[in-house]
Design a protein. Structure first.
Length: 284
C-alpha cells in the first residue's frame, strides 16, 4: 500500500518589519524531489536485493495507481547511488583496515545504452574474515573481469587476500599482497566431480578435506595463537597426507582428464592453500 505524505510549512510575518519567514523543507534524499526515503529504499531493495528490474517495478506501480515512468525510476536510482557513495567509500576504507580480506567476483549481464544485447560485466565482493570483529562486505562493479579493477579497489593495501586462482589477483601478489588459497574453491572441484560421476578419487579427497574442516570447527572460537597451535597439531599432519596422496594420484590419472584438472588446481596452489596452518588469523 502506498500513501502520500503531506508537509505543511508554516509562514510567519513580522508585524514591525513585515519580513516573511517560512519553516524549512524537511531534509530529502533527492533535493526538492517528490519521492520519500521509504519509496526510494523500496525501489533500491527491489532492484538490487530482490532482482526486480525497473520496467517491472514500473508496471507494479502502475497497477497500484502510481504511474511512475521507468525513466524517472532510473534517475531516482542514480541519485540514490550518488547519495550512498560516501557510505560505500567508508565501508571500503573500513574493510581495508583489516589484514585479512576475502575477494571473489561474479558475472552479471549489463545492457549498454544503445546496444541491442547484453554483455558480461562483474560485481566484485570484498569481505572481512570470519575472525574479524567487523562483519562487512563491500561490492564493486566493473564492466569487465580485468585484474586492474581489483588492483584499483585494493590500492596500496598489502594484507592477506583469500581468493581463488583468478589471474587478475596475481599482480597484487607481486606488489606485496599475500595470497591465501580458499579451500572451499579447491573442494568444489572434487565435489562437482564426485556429484557428476561418483569419482572415488574425488571422494577420497573430500574425506581428507572434511577432516580439515572438522579441526576448524574445533578452533573457530579460539584466540589466533591457540588456533594456530591446534592446527599445527591436528590439521598439519592431515594436510601433509592429503598433499602426498594428491601427488601420487596425479601420476596415475590420465593427462587432461577432469580428475587431473581437479588435482592440478590444488597442487599448483598448495603453498597458498596451506598457508592458513601457520597463521591463526587466517581462515581455511
Amino acid at each position: 500500500m502506498f500513501t502520500v505524505e503531506r508537509h505543511i510549512r508554516g509562514k510567519w510575518v513580522c508585524d514591525q518589519c513585515e519580513t516573511l519567514i517560512q519553516a524549512p523543507v524537511p531534509a530529502q534524499v533527492i533535493d526538492k524531489g517528490s519521492p520519500t526515503a521509504g519509496l526510494l529504499a523500496h525501489i533500491m531493495v527491489a532492484k538490487f536485493a530482490d532482482h526486480l528490474p525497473l520496467y517491472r517495478q514500473e508496471k507494479i506501480f502502475g497497477r497500484a495507481g502510481l504511474p511512475i515512468a521507468r525513466s524517472t525510476l532510473v534517475l531516482w536510482a542514480g541519485d540514490c547511488g550518488v547519495q550512498l557513495q560516501p557510505l560505500v567509500d567508508a565501508l571500503r576504507e573500513a574493510v581495508l583496515t583489516y589484514g585479512v580480506v576475502h575477494a571473489d567476483e561474479t558475472p552479471v549481464q549489463m545492457l549498454t545504452p544503445g546496444a541491442k544485447k547484453t554483455h558480461r560485466a562483474y560485481v566484485w565482493a570484498y569481505a572481512t574474515s570470519q575472525f574479524s570483529n567487523l562483519a562487512a562486505v563491500v561490492y564493486d562493479f566493473s564492466p569487465s573481469r580485468a585484474g586492474e579493477h581489483a588492483r584499483a579497489f585494493l590500492g596500496s593495501w598489502d594484507g592477506k587476500l583469500v581468493c581463488d586462482d583468478f589471474a587478475g589477483y596475481k599482480a597484487g601478489f607481486e606488489l606485496g599482497v599475500t595470497e591465501i588459497g580458499c579451500m572451499a574453491h579447491a573442494r568444489r572441484k572434487f565435489f562437482d566431480l564426485h556429484a557428476t560421476n561418483k569419482s572415488q578419487v574425488a571422494e577420497k579427497a573430500l574425506h581428507y578435506i572434511a577432516v580439515l574442516y572438522e579441526v576448524e570447527r574445533e578452533v573457530r572460537e579460539l584466540e589466533p595463537g591457540d588456533r594456530q597451535r591446534i592446527r599445527q597439531e591436528k590439521a598439519a599432519p592431515i594436510a601433509d597426507a592429503l598433499h602426498t596422496w594428491m601427488i601420487a594420484q596425479r601420476q596415475l590419472v590420465p593427462e587432461g582428464s577432469a580428475i587431473a584438472k581437479a588435482l592440478d588446481y590444488s597442487l599448483k596452489r598448495w603453498a597458498a592453500l596451506s598457508r592458513y596452518l601457520d597463521d591463526g588469523a587466517v581462515p581455511i
